[in-house]
Design a protein around this ligand. Sequence first.
Ligand SMILES: [Zn+2]
Length: 371
Amino acid sequence: MAAPPTTTVSSDDLSMDSSLNASPSIEDRGMYFKKEPRPTTVSLQEWQAWGTDSPIPTQVAEIVEEMIDLDRESDAQMKFGGLGGKLKGDFKTQEDKKHRARYKDLDDSEQKLHFFSARQIACRLLGSRGYLCQKCWLPLEDCMCSRVVRCDLWHQIQFWLYMHPKDFLRQNNTGKLLWQVFGINAAKLCLFGIAEHEEIMWKAFMHSGRNNVWCLYPNKNTPTKSTEESFAGYILNDLHSETHQKDAGQTFNFILIDGTWSNSAAMFRRLKEQSYLRWGDDLPCISLATGASAMHKLRPQPSWDRTCTAAAAIGLLDELHLLSQFNSLGLDKQAEAVENSVDVLLASLTNRRIRMGRSITRRQRHHNDIC
Ligand SMILES: [Zn+2]
């Protein structure tokens, strides 16, 4: 057994982000100001429409209220706009000052992480309201929802999108595609540093047992198994029989880390730490054998296989499909459904760029940024 990890998150991840993006839509957003009406509380319905069935996290709700109060009390009005759809103007200055002070006063790194994440989420919720489609996270005029084809994921697979707050409501995020295609129960959103979300996820893992949880993490320094090795011991003869479907005991949980390459290391460390706390043992990991070559037909991008969340899900389903125990479950078709949704997302982002007069060079860069 390897030594347990000693750190939860790096100091970089805990630092307050002075350029806090309300909606990380890169430059596309142009000038967009929320002037009227004054911001209001985020309702449960509004929260859940973004892709989760969880209650509103307490700390997120608190920060939303604080921002609304600040908006009401101060001369400065809450504004979002400019490059990246950031908080703007005097309100930003005041909000920043207030929340930086709060952050400094917090005692430990756990509290700081919770606060950091909740503040990111709260700002994104308020800044994206009325601007992004709640299902596809694209600007309303570019909504791709009608072109996404739904598909049922094999009922014993459960995906967990462990998402960094900075990826929440990001237009070119691909993790969101999984619940657009498979639904929010088959592909569950778990926001990094949001206590309620992490608790829901770990509760499910404890219920399934450590033998039924895997993290897809392509880090060469981590002991990982291939898909084939991970399932060598499983005898799944009756998996698609009626009687077996009633056996709720066996769910295969796959964690997909949904963050930029630099953020994902801290997210992985936190998962490992939780694994030691709960099981006294390391988190089982799978590394995909297919990687870039299998993805080549999908998109010839250098960064694609390494960090793209949808590509990881596609790769896993394809590799499982090759195993005899799994090859009659239609996992290849389910992988294809995700692949098609990636194509739809890329086309939508590209069309938007062309319509807004972006150059081919930018379009190329955009493709590289897709993950
Ligand atoms: Zn949409």
